[in-house]
Design a protein around this ligand. Structure first.
Ligand code: SF4
Length: 171
């Protein structure tokens, strides 16, 4: 067994889908050693061993694992969040127990889709980034024509902390 638990330490409104929440969890130990094995699993859209960050697509939303934090977006309520964190602990432990059968990923991977990026932006089309819409900003991000820092609301408003973290991991 690698991990005893992931404690739910905070919830926030999920701006990607009003009415849902983002769950932030703290693992009982750092995840750095298990991330290269988890990066083998399906639905990985971004992995960076240098920053110890791994993001999975789930339906709906994302799961992002950092060294000492876990974020799950678009969660229905706290009860579902606790279930998801418990399932994640089981998945991490199962992966760790089978690590000798897996080839760890040691290189960065990045396969975000346009809609993945757009869903994490404020989606107000305020134009402060110089683009006409958040969708065109998402496309520019994927083409490296813009940087996250160009979206002032994303970078400065506390309510976007989770999206900011997830996008930084994705890109
Ligand atoms: S600044 Fe951010 S919120 Fe405003 S249009 Fe650009 S991407 Fe969308």
């Amino acid at each position: 067994m690698f991990l005893e638990a992931i404690a739910l330490i905070r919830t926030m409104p999920c701006l990607a889908e009003p009415g849902r929440i983002i769950v932030m969890g703290k693992p009982s130990q750092e995840l750095t050693d298990v991330l290269p094995y988890l990066a083998v699993l399906p639905n990985v859209i971004s992995y960076n061993p240098n920053t110890a960050s791994l993001t999975f697509r789930r339906q709906p939303g994302f799961i992002t694992l950092l060294e000492d934090r876990v974020f799950i977006t678009q969660v229905k309520d706290i009860e579902e969040g606790l279930e998801l964190l418990s399932t994640l602990v089981d998945a991490i432990n199962a992966t760790w127990d089978h690590r000798h059968e897996l080839k760890p990923v040691m290189e960065p991977r990045r396969t975000p889709r346009l809609l993945d990026v757009w869903s994490l932006l404020p989606k107000t089309n305020c134009r402060q980034c110089g683009e006409a819409t958040c969708m065109s900003f998402a496309a520019a991000l994927l083409q490296s024509k813009r940087k996250l820092q160009d979206c002032t609301p994303l970078m400065t408003e506390d309510t976007f902390i989770d999206q900011r973290t997830t996008l930084a991991a994705l890109l």
